[in-house]
Design a protein around this ligand. Structure first.
Ligand code: AMP
Ligand code: ZN
Length: 484
């Protein structure tokens, strides 16, 4: 199948460039995945949704996409949150088990959230866990040592930034700016230079560790993406993506690691998504504006509505999340679903034609189709793609009011809706009924009561109340419910 040419903004050049792939017709795509120590928040989900949009657009444009997303399952916060309960004398096996218990739980929760926003697990080619790639990380660090780009100090290994002339190429930093921006980690006083970053961290008491040529320790955060990306997608990758916060230092350091080892360019196209703000502010727990997808569901919002709200904005613009925005998204989706039902049915002609301003519906659909795909191919311009779709809906509705569209015209409209749905995944989906969620919670409460776990049954009652659901326990042991 021939592929449609795609243009994408490249952070390396700061311009929109045509996508050129190593293998014609195939795109290798690496995206930085979640750190699984907690539920993903809606900001994280914005980034994963933009990457899903990119992947769906590439696939619909005829490319085979090999998509690798890592799961970061070893990291400072994971260690902090998983080791607290263990006694200091706990052995390494127990420490690894505690870390795995935490990360597995949140990995599963993460996949549930992705499914809810129509990002199926089987849309990824590789979903590697960092802890399964320790040998590759160690080998990569050894390659860097051999190239004079890594040095060991007291059981830790650091990257020698001064050894790589093009360090800073992605973030467009000059060396002076870089030094100012570098974070000073109290543990890393052994570094030759303040801009050097850690590849391998020496073991500290109370932490899980792996054996390595430098003694026991664990990988630094940046090395995993270079190691897994090169192992699974190769030493020349087409697209690498993440949120804008990852440009520096994470992606800059990935370039240093991979290119320092191979001596050639690793990734051709770096694509970054802008942040999500909540009511104009950075999301934070202390501001009380921090939401997970679960919070939105509890508030009665359909995850697919959230998906649409995100996808209808351009990925390189800040997105200001608000409940108003979700309502607007819900209305837009309703309009498309209503139009879809109308096209599925048979129209009735008003019987007063021919109308002077009658359009040719099939030609009109073709125009919309071209505009839709051109907009997406132009740096994923979803606002423009949706504008083309909504203009078509307006025109066909107006026409159908006067001269009923024929079955063939209706089918052509439906086929185009399906095409657009392959990207947006919002229609023909109908708003999820909350009833199934409510029934599941009532069942969980019944089980908690049977186990005499009153605290939990009360907590579920409160959760349902927050969702606007009132319960009535009946004498026969069943529970009736209604909306407040
Ligand atoms: P993390 O789990 O912190 O490694 O983040 C996962 C992804 O979410 C990364 O690609 C981040 O760039 C992205 N991300 C974090 N916060 C936000 C935000 N507020 N808006 C959009 N993306 C974000
Ligand atoms: Zn990464």
């Amino acid at each position: 199948m021939a592929t449609r040419p795609i243009r994408l903004f490249n952070t390396l050049s700061r311009t929109i460039e045509p996508l050129e792939t190593v293998t014609p017709g195939v795109v290798t795509l690496y995206t930085c995945g979640p750190t699984v120590y907690n539920y993903a928040h809606i900001g994280n989900l914005r980034t994963f949704l933009f990457q899903d949009l990119l992947k769906r657009t590439l696939r619909a444009s005829g490319f085979e996409v090999r998509h690798c997303m890592n799961i970061t399952d070893v990291e400072d916060k994971i260690i902090r949150d998983s080791q607290g309960e263990l006694p200091l004398e706990a052995d390494n096996t127990a420490r690894h088990a505690a870390m795995k218990a935490l990360t597995e739980r949140y990995t599963q929760a993460f996949f549930e959230d992705l499914e809810a926003v129509a990002i199926p697990q089987n849309s990824f080619t590789f979903l590697p866990r960092a802890t399964q790639y320790l040998p590759q990380m160690i080998q990569l660090i050894e390659r860097l040592e051999k190239n004079g780009l890594a040095y060991a100090r007291e059981g830790s290994v650091y990257y020698r930034v001064a050894g790589l002339p093009h360090y800073g190429c992605l973030a467009h930093l000059d060396r002076e700016g870089m030094k100012l921006g570098a974070s000073v980690d109290a543990d890393e006083y052994d570094r030759e230079s303040i801009s050097d970053f850690v590849l391998w961290k020496a073991h500290k008491p109370g932490e899980p560790y792996w054996e390595s040529p430098w003694g026991p320790g664990r990988p630094g955060w940046h090395i995993e993406c270079s190691a897994m990306g090169m192992e699974l997608l190769g030493e020349r990758v087409d697209i690498h993506s993440g949120g804008v916060d990852l440009i520096f230092p994470h992606h800059e350091n990935e370039i240093a690691q991979s290119e320092g080892a191979t001596g050639h360019t690793w990734v051709t196209h770096w694509v970054h998504g802008e942040f999500l703000l909540v009511e104009g502010e950075k999301m934070s727990k202390s501001l009380g504006n921090f939401y997970t997808l679960r919070d939105l569901r509890t508030m009665g919002h359909d995850p697919i509505t959230f998906r649409y709200a995100i996808q209808s904005n351009h990925y390189r613009k800040l997105y200001n999340f608000s409940v108003e925005g979700l309502k607007a998204a819900k209305n837009s989706l309703e309009r498309l679903r209503t139009f879809r039902r109308r096209m599925e049915g048979e129209g009735e002609s008003a019987g007063q034609g021919p109308w002077k301003e009658a359009i040719d519906p099939l030609a009109r659909i073709e125009t919309a189709r071209e505009a839709f795909w051109n907009a997406l191919a132009d740096d994923l311009n979803t606002p423009e793609a949706l504008a083309a779709l909504f203009t078509l809906v307006t025109d066909l509705n107006a026409q159908d009011d006067r001269i009923a569209l024929t079955r063939a015209e209706r089918d052509a409209a439906l086929a185009f809706l399906d095409e657009t749905n392959a990207i947006f995944a919002g229609w023909p989906h109908e708003e999820a009924s909350l009833d199934a969620d409510v029934e599941a919670l009532i069942e969980a409460r019944r089980a908690a009561k049977a186990a005499k776990n009153w605290a939990q049954s009360d907590q579920i009652r409160d959760q349902l109340k927050a969702m606007g659901i009132l319960l009535e326990d009946r004498k026969d042991g069943t529970t009736a419910w209604k909306r407040a």
